[in-house]
Design a protein around this ligand. Structure first.
Ligand code: SAH
Length: 256
């Protein structure tokens, strides 16, 4: 296939190794759901195995040429092959409310993809995905680690994250400049008892001014009653564990 066929703007690096594709798909647990949505199926190397294993598959692909290719090559209902930017996709529009996500994701929009998953987390019990390895390390970081940041806290607040395996560069075409890794996100079983909007706001404000102690970084909340009694205010964002961020969120919520 000619190099010009690939759209750099859509981050297209196609997996060539079928065994790796199979290994990625096999990590889906299919627990409590029977629908899987694949983001960026490309030429369908993962899709092939997905169709063997699960009842209902939806494909979301941004590139019109690939949509044409997928419709021609896969016997799957046309309305399950969706030509759309995943970041603008709303599962409610097609009445999907319980499904897993899978993908060898376009790395350039990894953070945005995760934020989009978090936005609809109540519908998504599981996600298996390939990202840039460095990005995966950020998501898996804990307090005190240099890479600990907004996404580490937010993703781990809703999901148990597991590192599955690394993937070498030469199994892609074209060969990317970065290493890859596959992770699994499994939604936490516990009911979410914290306010999602406050958590997002808190975590973003705390890390956007990561050198300041929280008392100063969270000035937006300073007018709520007894603000200064909230615990952890003399710490900086990177010193707070995920559990403590959730506690902080509750402390703010009960005062509002
Ligand atoms: N899953 C395939 C392709 C991976 S490359 C494989 O493993 O070989 C990333 C894929 O994501 C490409 O097909 C690209 O066109 C698609 N893509 C890029 N941005 C997208 C977006 N915003 N929404 C949906 N698909 C996107």
């Amino acid at each position: 296939m000619k190099e010009s066929f690939f759209e750099k703007k859509f981050d297209q690096y196609f997996l060539k190794d079928k065994n790796i594709a199979k290994k990625i798909v096999k990590n889906l647990s299919f627990q409590d759901y029977n629908t899987v949505v694949e983001i960026g199926p490309g030429l369908g190397i993962l899709t092939r195995y997905l169709l063997l294993l699960c009842k209902k598959v939806f494909l979301i692909e941004i590139d019109e040429n690939l949509i044409f290719f997928l419709k021609k090559n896969f016997s799957i209902s046309k309305n399950q092959i969706i030509h759309q930017d995943f970041l603008k996709w709303n599962p409610e529009e097609i009445n999907l409310n319980n499904f897993a996500l899978i993908g060898n994701f376009p790395y350039g929009i990894s953070s945005k993809i995760l934020f989009h998953i978090l936005k609809y987390n109540q519908y998504i019990p599981e996600c298996i995905g390939m990202f840039q390895k460095e990005f995966v390390e950020r998501i898996l970081s804990h307090k005190g680690m240099g890479k600990y940041g907004i996404l580490s806290v937010l993703v781990q607040s809703f999901y148990d994250v597991e590192y599955l395996f690394s993937v070498k560069k030469h199994v892609f075409y074209p060969i990317p400049n970065v290493k890859s890794a596959v992770i699994s996100l499994k939604r936490k079983k516990l009911k979410i008892l914290f306010n999602k909007d406050i958590l997002f706001l808190c975590v973003k404000m705390a890390f956007n001014q990561r050198r300041k102690i929280l008392k100063n970084a969270l000035q937006y909340f300073k007018k709520i009653p007894n603000f200064y009694d909230i615990p952890f205010l003399n710490k900086r964002a990177e010193q707070l564990s995920i559990k403590e961020f959730l506690q902080l969120t509750k402390e703010i919520e009960i005062r509002k």
